[in-house]
Design a protein around this ligand. Structure first.
Ligand code: FAD
Ligand code: 2HG
Ligand code: ZN
Length: 477
């Protein structure tokens, strides 16, 4: 900030301080540092200020002040997003609005099956509040100890429970949102049935902070599933994993809760970088599946169902070996192999992330064809492939050739174009669950039809005519 602009900014900073209290308007670079760089370390911006309101009324005051001065606002929850949508750009003109102080669980109604929370409540705390009431909030992500429900809603997060319970939007019944001009929309009705016009809740889910600031939510709860049967299964190929999925669906039906895939490169990174991790199987395999069945206390047949699934898979040469969890600690150890991949790949060095979905029928052929294509673009490149195969979603994350971080950065546009072109050709999506953020705003628009982009821009203009909410995120400027 220069001396010549101080006099213009002071009235805004004064108003922000009046709204939330001096202690919650951060401008010192040391205080602001953690809010301007994203989890991947790829996006680092500058903020005019970081503002930390403690209530919906304070959020409304902050947004109204920014609206009056035409100051852009970047909503931020736990800052665990993987596409740079929650951090400011390099201009130093944007206010980061952090929801981190809004952590109140407002209400739990086990009979209605609803929980009402502030947007800044951490996902693990929502799960805990539901469990305290004898219910399940099923959403589960590797970042659940830090990400917030507001961020989950804004990105329409997925995770490892989508197969059974759906994406975040399927768990959202109602929202409270501060609109770009500072007005508050109270849509916290929580009704299962409400056919009274456009579904505004669903409009804000997945909008990545570009249409308003989510300040509260009513979410769905489910019966608890304290029984689990879990296995880490060695499979020869993605095609075998997909065939195994069919067998698991047939035997387990609605009890099939998780069906995740990881290639050997992913496991090797976890074994190398995650303290305490060990390979549960003796012989190495090219691919692995983490399969879990979950049920109520009265569901005693899960172990038998898992055994039947694995038996049929081995018989059909779809699996060569499996480690079945015999205790909660063993279950945690198998889950850690899957949940530790992101962190392990980050420690390994430069990574190029691609969060793609394909029709399940095309997934295996696509994954098989991609490796040689990338090898031509950058010899030695290491595809670390894992994700939610039950949802058709692969994290096709490319690690640099050993010692070749700069080569990966130089080849990044060509590698991503090769991947996205082939995803588009197979009728897939270039963002399954992480959103578009800053990383993929341009690609998102490039792979949509003109009609679809026009509709999205029309919605943006209608709600945010001055373009103040998270500019440059989701839609290219
Ligand atoms: P932030 O990162 O703070 O923000 C994300 C976006 O939401 C930004 O555009 C921001 O402007 C907007 N936003 C945040 N809060 C609000 C609000 N209250 N109102 C309006 N807009 C808002 N994602 C998955 O989908 N599935 C996974 O399995 C998964 N696993 C992960 C594992 C790890 C180790 C990590 C680091 C990330 C993972 N993620 C996953 C990505 C990330 O955790 C999710 O996108 C999560 O939903 C982001 O929540 P957050 O509170 O951290 O949001
Ligand atoms: C997961 O499924 C997350 O583990 C993170 O979506 C994926 O880091 C990633 O790219
Ligand atoms: Zn994921």
């Amino acid at each position: 900030m220069t001396d010549s602009t101080d006099h213009l900014l002071d009235p805004l900073l004064d108003r922000l301080r009046a709204a939330v209290g001096d202690a919650h308007v951060l401008t010192d670079p040391a205080d602001v540092a953690a809010f301007v760089v994203d989890w991947t370390g790829v996006h680092e911006g500058q903020a005019l200020a970081v503002v930390r309101p403690g209530s919906t009324a304070e959020v409304a005051d902050v947004v109204a002040a920014c609206h009056a001065t035409r100051t852009p606002v970047v909503p931020q929850g736990g800052n665990t997003g993987l596409v740079g949508g929650g951090v400011p750009d390099a201009s130093g003109t944007q206010v980061v609005l952090s929801l981190g102080r809004m952590r109140r669980v407002r209400d739990v109604d086990p009979v209605a099956g609803t929980i009402t929370v502030d947007a800044g409540v951490v996902l693990a705390d929502v799960q805990a509040a539901a469990a305290h009431a004898g219910r399940l909030f099923p959403m589960s992500l590797g970042s659940e100890g830090s990400c917030t429900i507001g961020g989950n809603l804004a990105t329409n997060a997925g995770g490892t429970a989508v197969l059974r319970y759906g994406m975040t939007r399927e768990l959202a019944l109602g929202l409270e949102v501060v609109l770009p001009d500072g007005r508050v929309w109270d849509g916290l009705r929580g009704l299962r049935k409400d056919n009274t016009g456009y579904d505004l809740t669903q409009l804000f889910v997945g909008s990545e902070g570009t249409l308003g600031v989510i300040t509260g939510a009513v979410l769905r709860l489910f019966p608890e599933t304290p029984r689990h049967a879990t296995a880490w299964v060695a499979v020869p190929s993605v095609a075998a994993a997909v065939a195994l999925l069919g067998i698991a669906q047939q035997h387990a039906g609605a009890h099939l809760a998780t069906f995740e895939i990881a290639n050997r490169q992913a496991l090797d990174l976890v074994l190398a970088h995650l303290p305490g991790a060990s390979d549960p199987l003796v012989a190495p395999s090219d691919w692995y599946v983490l399969v879990e069945l979950a049920g109520a206390a009265t569901d005693r047949g899960l172990d038998d169902a898992l055994e039947a699934i694995l038996g049929e898979a081995v018989e059909a040469d779809l699996a060569s070996d499996a480690a079945v969890a015999g205790s909660p600690a063993q279950r945690d150890a198998l889950w850690a192999l899957r949940e530790g991949i992101s962190e392990a790949q980050k420690v390994e060095g430069a990574t190029l992330k691609h969060d793609v979905t394909l029709p399940i029928a095309s997934l295996a052929a696509w994954a098989e064809a991609m490796g040689p294509v990338l090898e031509c673009v950058l010899p030695g490149v290491r595809p670390v492939t894992y994700g939610h195969v039950g949802d058709g979603n692969l994290h096709y994350n490319v690690s640099a050739p050993v010692g070749g971080d700069d080569d990966l950065r130089a080849a990044a546009p060509a590698l991503s174009a090769a991947i996205y072109d082939s995803v588009a050709a197979a009728d897939g999506s270039i963002s399954a669950e992480h959103g578009l953020g800053r990383t993929k705003a341009a690609a998102g628009a490039a792979y949509k039809s003109d009609v679809e982009v026009d509709l999205m821009r029309a919605l943006k203009r209608a709600l945010d005519p001055h373009g103040l909410m998270n500019p440059g995120v989701l839609l290219p400027e």
